[in-house]
Design a protein. Structure first.
Length: 263
């Protein structure tokens, strides 16, 4: 399947100073053969040693840690290419506890309720990129592992936010919410396979593949469905698990009850 490339850098004139890369945020569209599918490559990003150290939230930075972070940032900057892809899709049918989107059935009562009154949705995948994921840590050093994890998470977050802004801008949407298979017991992780089939050539387009356990590789990748909404929704609002480092919103038992989700 051909894809529609949205190129966010029109030149290779990255400005590099002391490990700082800023990519110009311009977008040029090629003539689409499948206009509903978009691949975002050359996503603008910023990565510095100071930024990584701030994200690590360490109170004291010994010289050895400063040197390590600077080295890993420099190695990552040589190869980092965060990517994302999304497509425009339409809800064909709404069942009691699920939806059919462009011929692909998803079983989730919460998703079904969130898509009440919604016809157009945006399935997506975003990733730190196989290039940054390939920066090696041959010694298995713990601090190196932590630093690389933070760098990859930052690249992934940059790619997802850039994609969300592109969708809002392109389709004149004020607000988007998202859900992902496996984010709640209501939507089983096995439906990652259905989502990837809906998207099409995910591995060829952005280098993300599914394992037989429905785990995405590179690990620092996210997938799901964006949908327009007046009130922002987070799956975390329906999840009572207290010890979750990825929590984006507090648990709301009243909202969970309205959705019919039991703790």
């Amino acid at each position: 399947m051909a894809v529609h490339l949205l190129l966010t850098m029109t030149s290779m004139n990255r400005q590099t100073r002391q490990g700082h890369v800023t990519c110009p945020d311009t977008m040029k569209e090629t003539t689409p053969s499948r206009p509903e599918t978009h691949v975002l490559s050359d996503i603008p990003f910023e990565l510095t040693a100071d930024l990584v150290i701030r994200l690590m939230k360490v109170r004291r930075v010994p010289p050895s840690l400063q040197r390590l972070v600077e080295e890993l940032v420099a190695r990552s900057l040589e190869v980092a290419t965060p990517k994302a892809m999304f497509r425009v899709a339409y809800v064909d049918e709404k069942t009691e506890d699920g939806v059919v989107i462009d011929g692909h059935a998803f079983q989730s009562s919460v998703l079904r309720q969130n898509l009440d009154g919604v016809q157009r949705v945006f399935p997506f995948v975003a990733t730190c990129g196989a290039e940054a994921d390939g920066v090696e840590n041959p010694s298995g050093d713990l601090m190196t592992t932590v630093c690389l994890d933070i760098i990859r998470m930052h690249l992934l977050g940059t790619a997802r936010r850039h994609m969300e802004q592109q969708i809002k801008k392109t389709y004149a949407l004020d607000q988007l919410s998202r859900m992902a298979p496996g984010s709640l017991p209501d939507w089983q992780v096995q439906e990652q396979g259905t989502l990837f089939r809906l998207l099409g050539e995910v591995e060829q387009s952005v280098g993300v593949r599914l394992t037989d356990k429905y785990l995405m590789l590179p690990l620092k990748s996210v997938s799901g469905i964006f949908f327009p909404t007046e009130v922002r929704f987070e799956s975390c609002q329906l999840c009572p698990r207290a010890s979750c480092i990825g929590r984006r919103a507090p648990y709301d038992p009243e909202l969970a009850a309205r959705y019919g989700v039991q703790a």
